[in-house]
Write a protein that binds this ligand. Structure first.
Ligand SMILES: Cc1ncc(COP(=O)(O)O)c(C=O)c1O
Length: 414
């Protein structure tokens, strides 16, 4: 490396420029991408997973691929804590959501959709577009959905016309973790409706025990808790949902999940899969499995608690003030004495730390720190240190080190 080139130091991952160093061992990822992603997806990806994908593609009609497919399918069932089918699509999360509607419902069906953020509203918009009769169960953005509201609607539906209730578990736009267990429980008063769930930022981040909670259709995507690049969508399908599939009337072709189920029986896919992403999936699920579910989830709790403690210490108000309602994937703050967009842009420009803005009407009002995927304690410390420095650069009176101290206390305790 030429000595006059700025050198990005991977160990800090903050984009510090050191001049005049003759030689520095810097990882390729840090050189190629000096920005540190602290957004709620895409997330950082472990080098082991990136390297796994850097192999020559193999035939998807080979024994080698069948072995790979059998392995990742078993690991996906483990992650979902289910005996149900878990199917793999070449799509983003929204593609998996669309597949979750068009395979199990028919035009004119009544559905209940939980709306307390952008992704709940995405479900409702999707249902509207498909000609479903969409009834919204709403809560203000930043507040959780009320399980009793679902229960009341289902109880009132004596004619059993409601075909599904649709819920976003971790609402990425606000950082709320909806009480999915209680909402899913509400369906027991009805028995007919399917429970369709967006677990895009909860799967791999906190427990989503699909069988125990009785979830019929669960969608997720690779670029979140899976610690993978974007490109794969996942749909878990219960026997009850497969029953609904037999009468569902929407036209379907590429996203016909019956075709994926048929192909999965012989450990393959109906269409050419993104094979290199399957290599990555095998590596990432293998890493997760060796860590274990309990350790995965407690790690996420630690990161969330430390981030929240730091925000409190830095006087940056939490958008979801109650810890038990907070998503372990993302922490949203609503700064009062500092312009969120200025803070975000300085943080990135000066220190190379990327956090996410608010979405829709909360753009310019919220900031969102992602702490899911391949994120560790060091990343939280770095982000908080960079936030402190940025606040100080912008002329805000903060006690240097207060946020860091809060993080350290948290890590010592949990
Ligand atoms: C909760 C939730 N649902 C759905 C999506 C949509 O996923 P994608 O952008 O992969 O289509 C996202 C993406 O951020 C999300 O966070």
């Amino acid at each position: 490396m030429h000595s006059s080139l700025p050198v990005y130091v991977n160990s800090l991952r903050v984009g510090l420029k050191l001049k005049g160093m003759r030689e520095c061992k810097v990882s390729r990822t840090a050189m190629d991408n000096p920005l540190m992603l602290m957004i709620p997806g895409p997330t950082p990806v472990p080098e082991q997973v990136l390297l796994a994908s850097a192999q020559p593609p193999i035939s998807h009609r080979s024994l080698e691929f069948q072995t790979l497919m059998a392995q990742v399918t078993a690991d996906l069932k483990w992650l979902h804590q289910t005996q149900n089918d878990v199917l793999i699509l070449a799509s983003s999360g929204t593609g998996a959501m669309e597949a979750g509607i068009l395979n199990f419902l028919s035009p004119g069906d009544r559905v209940l959709v939980g709306c307390n953020g952008k992704f709940g509203e995405r479900w409702a918009n999707l249902c509207d577009k498909f000609g479903l009769i969409t009834e919204r169960i709403t809560a203000p953005w930043g507040c959780p959905l009320d399980p009793q509201a679902f229960r009341r609607h289902l109880e009132a539906d004596q004619a059993k016309q409601i075909k599904a209730m649709i819920v976003t578990h971790s609402e990425t736009s606000t950082g709320v973790l909806n009480d999915l267990a209680a909402i899913a429980q509400a369906v027991t008063v009805h028995a007919q409706a399917l429970v369709i769930v967006d677990a895009v930022t909860s799967l791999g981040v906190c427990p989503v025990p699909v069988d125990t909670w009785g979830l019929d259709v669960v969608v997720s995507a690779s670029q979140k808790g899976y610690r993978m690049p974007p490109g794969l969508g996942f749909v878990a399908v219960s026997p009850k949902a497969w029953q609904a599939y037999t009468t569902a009337q929407f036209p379907r072709f590429y996203f016909d999940l019956g075709e994926y189920q048929k192909a999965a029986a012989t450990h393959t896919t109906p269409f050419t899969p993104p094979i290199n992403l399957f290599f990555a999936l095998q590596a990432s699920l293998g890493m997760m499995r060796s860590q274990g579910l309990a350790a995965l989830f407690s790690h996420q709790q630690r990161l969330m608690q430390a981030t929240r403690a730091a925000m409190r210490a830095l006087d940056l108000p939490l958008f979801v003030p109650t810890d038990t309602l907070a998503s372990p994937a993302v922490t949203a703050i609503a700064p009062e004495h500092v312009d969120p967009e200025q803070l975000r842009s300085q943080l990135q420009k000066q220190y190379g730390v990327v956090i996410a803005p608010g979405q829709d009407h909360l753009r310019g009002k919220l900031l969102r720190i992602g702490h899911l995927g391949h994120i560790c304690e060091r990343d939280i410390l770095t982000t908080v240190a960079a936030l402190e420095a940025t606040l100080s650069d912008l002329g805000h009176k903060i006690q240097p080190g207060e946020g860091i101290q809060a993080v350290r206390c948290c890590f010592d305790q949990i």
